[in-house]
Design a protein around this ligand. Structure first.
Ligand code: NDP
Length: 489
């Protein structure tokens, strides 16, 4: 593999263990590729069980001090990290864009601010985390104590690297646990920078440890470590299944946020301009690499042609370009392997009889990005609702348009996959909005909007999209063990 530039220093990432940056025990490194150029621009530790063991040891030593700190003091440290993320927003956004291929403009307004919010939210939220009492008049008083679990493992994917990494780490730390975390090997840069910010914030050594490496290497060792009491995982459904198989016999607590194949239901009475505009976002944001993207768009027949024309006009304006350039609406896909996977689904859609309405081709840019992994935003119609293209997660800039005639038909098709993460409904009919929402097999339903988040709400999927919920008190409950104490009166 060629390197980005012989004159630029390579980004050499190290593990963050016990408050220090350390090389992997075995001294092995993996190449880190910039998706926009296809070139190696850095190296990351290829950590193994020895590195995970070292991180767990550091976490174990830090645990008594960290869990004994009053919640407000832990919270203040997390808020300090949030402030530092905000102060370093530009550097983090640049790093995220370079590592992942997403437009830097997106990282500036979504990824990095939301990572800061995660720390600020749980840093302050933990002070409001109350436990229950159950009073039996004249008999007994029961009260619930919520103990931190101890050492927990957090494993995150490459699509929203810092955003999803912090979404797990912040509640785990707030609840009084020490953490060993593994970011995706494909996008390690902002997790590495987070270690520096934790040092600056004065987070005690060993409270947060970040071990880089592959899933089967470092990830598997983390899941298998006997002192790691819980695994909070976000990633693919197949990986989640594998992790559950490893962790369940060890009686570890598990939170699994997995894949999606989300429906976007457009009813004829909707605000069409708003539906089109937001559907462009929900289809192609982050090159369609968001688990919440609505890749199956079902449109009520009377407005099908109108929606299609307006949607395609907007797709034509989605400039694919260098993620560093302000005018680029679409960046690169995260890796060559992922690009090939998405392209194979475009081929499948053709074979399944789909009509290509837009895109479908790899984009060859000039200059710096000549070797980048770019793909046109792609739209198909004419596919059966139950074909593989409409059932399997593609996780790229590919959507299908399908007309429907009745609410029952739309619901049937929307629910016709093994996934159940999120759904979007566009209608002005309030009764229908609630009626349809309640019948959708989706853990998150948006009505006349998309990706609007309130961090207090439960977040997670039904069916093969996951087990458990993140967000707000749900996350603090996950990262604690409830103990009931009964006092006889
Ligand atoms: P993967 O499942 O491939 O990887 C997720 C993480 O798990 C990575 O850090 C990976 O490491 C690690 N991993 C892989 N194998 C193991 C193992 N045996 N033991 C422990 N850890 C392991 O997912 P992707 O990174 O490809 O992310 C895309 C997927 O994530 C999509 O399916 C998407 O829908 C889902 N997702 C779900 C979300 C949700 O909230 N429900 C949100 C965002 C994404 P490495 O990368 O180093 O191999």
């Amino acid at each position: 593999m060629q390197t980005a530039s012989p004159t630029l220093p390579m980004l050499q990432i190290q593990n963050f263990i016990n408050g220090e940056f350390v090389p992997p025990a075995a001294g092995r490194y993996l190449d880190n590729v910039e998706p926009a150029t296809g070139l190696v621009y850095g190296q990351i530790p290829d950590s193994d069980a020895a590195d995970v063991a070292r991180a767990v040891e550091a976490a174990q030593a830090a645990l008594p001090g960290w869990r004994a700190l009053p919640a407000e003091k832990r919270g203040l440290l997390l808020v300090r990290i949030a402030d530092l993320i905000e102060q370093n927003l530009e550097q983090l956004a640049q790093a995220e864009s370079r590592d992942n291929g997403k437009p830097v403009a997106l990282a500036r307004v979504v990824d990095i601010p939301r990572a800061a919010s995660n720390f600020a939210f749980f840093g302050t939220g933990v002070s409001h985390f109350a436990s229950e009492t159950h009073f039996q008049e004249g008999v007994a008083l029961n009260y619930t104590v919520r103990h931190p679990l101890g050492i927990v493992g957090c494993i995150s994917p490459w699509n929203l690297p810092l955003y999803l990494f912090t979404w797990k780490i912040a509640p785990a730390l707030a609840a009084g646990n020490c953490v060993v975390a593994k970011p995706s090997e494909v996008t390690p840069a902002t997790a590495y920078l987070l270690g520096e910010l934790c040092q600056q914030a004065g987070l005690p050594p060993g409270v947060l440890n970040i071990v880089h490496g592959t899933g089967p290497g470092a990830g598997q060792a983390l899941v298998e470590h006997p002192l790691v009491k819980a695994i909070s995982f976000t990633g693919g459904t197949k990986t989640g299944e594998h992790i559950a198989r490893t962790a369940a016999p060890m009686f570890k607590k598990l939170s699994l946020e997995l894949g999606g194949k989300n429906p976007n239901l457009i009813f004829a009475d909707c605000d069409l301009a708003a539906a089109v505009s937001t559907s462009i976002q929900s289809s192609f944001s982050n090159q369609g690499q968001i688990c919440l993207c609505g890749s199956r768009i079902f449109i009520e027949r009377p407005i099908y042609e109108q929606f299609k024309a307006a949607f395609l006009a907007r797709v034509a304006g989605l400039t694919v370009g260098d993620p560093q350039e302000a005018g680029s609406k679409q960046g690169a896909l995260v890796s060559e392997a992922h690009l090939l996977k998405v392209q194979s689904y475009i081929e499948l859609a053709r074979q399944e009889g789909g009509t290509l309405l837009a895109g479908g081709q790899r984009v060859q840019l000039a200059g710096r990005c000549v070797g980048g992994f770019f793909l046109q935003p792609t739209v198909f119609e004419g596919l059966a609702p139950d074909c593989r293209t409409n059932r399997e997660e593609i996780f790229g800039p590919v959507v299908t348009l399908t007309p429907f005639d009745t609410e029952a038909e739309a619901l049937d098709w929307a629910n016709g996959t093994d996934y159940g993460l999120s759904a979007t409904i566009w209608t002005r009919d309030l009764d229908r909005a609630h009626r349809v929402a309640h019948q959708l097999h989706a853990g998150v339903v948006w009505i006349n909007t998309w990706l609007l988040r309130d961090l207090r709400t439960p977040f997670g999927g039904m069916k093969n999209s996951g087990v458990g919920r993140e967000g707000g008190l749900e996350a603090l409950r996950f990262f604690t063990e409830a103990q009931n104490v009964c006092v006889k009166l």
